[in-house]
Design a protein around this ligand. Structure first.
Ligand code: 13P
Length: 258
């Protein structure tokens, strides 16, 4: 992390876990032990039906609530879908876009791009995900694959909007497997992402965007991962479901930075 130039963001991704009642319970417990310091931004991205309960519970706090997906269209005949302005009206600040679990359901880079643009249009912070499979890593094409996802995902995002985008690097082989990328592996890719952004935008903006790591990040490995210069936070799955663990990860982000 480098707090001089960019924000540190600790974000939870609950995926398809917790009911609205369980959300309320979690928030009560989390609020009671939440660190008071302001060394990082805190986000919790929750299932759509849990958004109202999460927003209500966190109203007086600095925790931003987010969604896990959005439809790129503004409105219309898209049964079951949710538009970006609906998320804003419901109190969301963030939205995860292009998670590998959604890409596995058929979401393409073009879809991701349209969703990023839709989120930015209404002032939501898109947390745009990228990541390689184990096969791609073993074939030595991680950097190329990630560069392509970033370039396609950011198409049409203007120089003045790029700072709003948060990028999350999540190697697919590390998600929910307990297998974390080493700090060096994660840093190498996060640095390469910043290089791609620097080629597309100004150096100043490339330096200012937050790049998160995700994939079995937990209370034990967070400190070391967050100590890397280009890892500006975490996108946390399993460990964000337990208030004590999520708090310990937030605490791990409280470290001296260059
Ligand atoms: P885990 O932390 O459970 O591995 O999930 C990571 C993730 O996919 C966050 O978006």
């Amino acid at each position: 992390m480098n707090r001089k130039y960019r924000k540190t963001v600790i974000a939870g991704n609950w995926k398809m876990n917790k009911t609205p009642s369980e959300t309320k319970e979690f928030m009560t417990q989390f609020k009671a032990i939440m660190p008071k310091g302001r060394w990082c931004d805190i986000a919790l991205c929750v299932p759509a039906v849990c958004i109202p309960a999460a927003v209500r519970a966190m109203r007086e706090t600095r925790v931003g609530i987010g969604a896990e997906n959005v439809n790129a269209n503004a409105s219309g005949a898209y049964t079951g879908e949710i538009a970006a302005n609906m998320l804003v009206d419901a109190g969301c600040k963030y939205v995860i876009i292009g998670h590998s679990e959604r890409r596995a359901m058929g979401e393409t880079d073009a879809d991701v791009n349209a969703k990023v643009l839709a989120a930015l249009e209404v002032g939501l912070v898109p947390i745009m995900c990228c990541g390689e499979t184990l096969e791609q890593r073993e074939a030595g094409i991680t950097a190329e694959h990630i560069a392509m996802q970033i370039k396609l995902g950011l198409q049409g995002v203007s120089e003045d909007k790029i700072r709003k985008v948060v990028i999350a690097y999540e190697p697919i082989w590390a998600i929910g497997t307990g297998k974390t990328a080493t700090p060096e592996q994660a840093e190498e890719v996060c640095e390469s992402i910043r290089t791609v952004v620097r080629k597309l935008y100004s150096s100043k903006n490339a330096r200012a965007i937050s790049i998160l790591y995700g994939g079995s990040m937990n209370e034990k490995n967070a400190y070391e991962l967050l100590a890397q210069p280009d890892i500006d936070g975490g996108l946390i799955g399993g460990a964000s479901l337990v208030p004590e663990k999520f708090v310990q990860i937030i605490e791990a982000a409280n470290q001296p930075t260059v």
